[in-house]
Ligand binder design. Structure first.
Ligand SMILES: C[S@@+](CC[C@H](N)C(=O)[O-])C[C@H]1O[C@@H](n2cnc3c(N)ncnc32)[C@H](O)[C@@H]1O
Length: 296
């Protein structure tokens, strides 16, 4: 059901009852819930995400879609860039994420539960699609981009944000353990989602995906999200909960040698003297790439 412009202009939060989709490449379904991880990421990366929105030079009155809006932190940031008179619609496959996004929604924003492959929005009626760390969750990113582009008016832009196209640096003092940990994570995901290496790495070709979708004026900009100890609370919370506990931990045991797993355990334990995040030499780097293209 397309969202009516009346609902948008009233700033109503509209929820489509049943989004349907088989599990995505990385296991997303309408029932999946990683609200906490998304909230932590958005608090952590807020300065860089907001700077990326600013670089888009959005104008007052523009209409924006946040495709795969997750927990919705970007909705007010986007709205601020198109005020006065603009509108922002966020949609996401997951019911739990959509519910959390409602808490971030303000007047002139709307939140829907919907599948990116079947967006319930009017065609050719938006100026910008913003979509962060979502296209890489689709089984068919090309089709996803093509579908999103149909929502744009001629000259409208699609902005795809992607973290970690360059490997993160988190153990500045131990490149070897970092490399082995990264490989263990990749092995874990390949087995968990029955993927081969190419499927996980396909998203590196954002430029190619946009060009193959017949979009023009493709541009890319990568910034580094860079943090050093002592960490601010939001930075420590994201790196500790989303990365150390949410991505590493016990699940990596089968993919690391015993001594390396034990060393990783010490570095990841906030009660241990060697806890990585409180070391004097803790220096974290994570890339964030924004690829932008325009509909002819
Ligand atoms: C890594 S999260 C990123 C969320 C948000 N953009 C952010 O940066 O915090 C990926 C999001 O895409 C959503 N998603 C995955 N497949 C989707 C689909 N087919 N349609 C809509 N949303 C989808 C997931 O539910 C999840 O919220």
């Amino acid at each position: 059901m397309p969202l009516s412009h009346d609902a948008l202009s009233l700033g109503m939060n509209v929820q489509v009852q049943q989004a349907s989709a088989s599990a995505g490449l990385l296991g997303d379904t309408p029932a999946r819930d990683y609200v906490q991880k998304l909230q932590l990421f958005n608090s952590f990366a807020a300065p860089e995400l907001r700077a990326a929105i600013e670089r888009l030079d959005l104008e007052a009155g523009m209409r924006v879609v946040d495709a795969g809006c997750g927990t919705g932190e970007a909705l007010p940031w986007l709205l601020q860039a198109v005020e006065p008179g603009g509108l922002v619609v966020g949609f996401d496959l997951a019911a739990a994420h959509t519910r959390a996004a409602h808490a971030c929604s303000v007047a002139r924003t709307a939140v829907l539960q919907a599948d990116l492959m079947k967006p319930p929005l009017a065609r050719a009626s938006f100026d910008l699609i913003w979509s962060v760390n979502t296209i890489n969750h689709l089984r068919d990113p090309s089709q996803g981009i093509h579908t999103l582009a149909t929502l744009l008016r001629p000259g409208g832009r699609i902005a795809l944000g992607q973290s970690s196209l360059v490997p993160d640096m988190y153990f500045a003092w131990d490149a070897r353990l970092e490399r082995l940990t990264n490989e263990a994570v990749r092995q874990y995901y390949r087995e968990r989602y029955a993927l081969d290496e190419r499927a996980l790495a396909d998203i590196r070709s954002l430029v190619g995906l946009l060009r193959r979708a017949q979009l023009r004026h493709v541009s890319v900009h990568t910034c580094m999200i860079e943090r050093v100890s002592p960490l601010a609370r939001a930075d420590e919370a994201y790196i500790l909960e989303a990365m150390i506990r949410g991505t590493w931990g016990e699940r990596l045991r089968p993919y690391l040698g015993g001594a390396d797993f034990a060393e990783l355990g010490r570095l990841c334990d906030p009660r241990h003297a060697q806890f990585a995040l409180r070391r004097l030499d803790f220096h974290f780097l994570q890339s964030f790439t924004l690829a932008v293209a325009e509909v002819p």
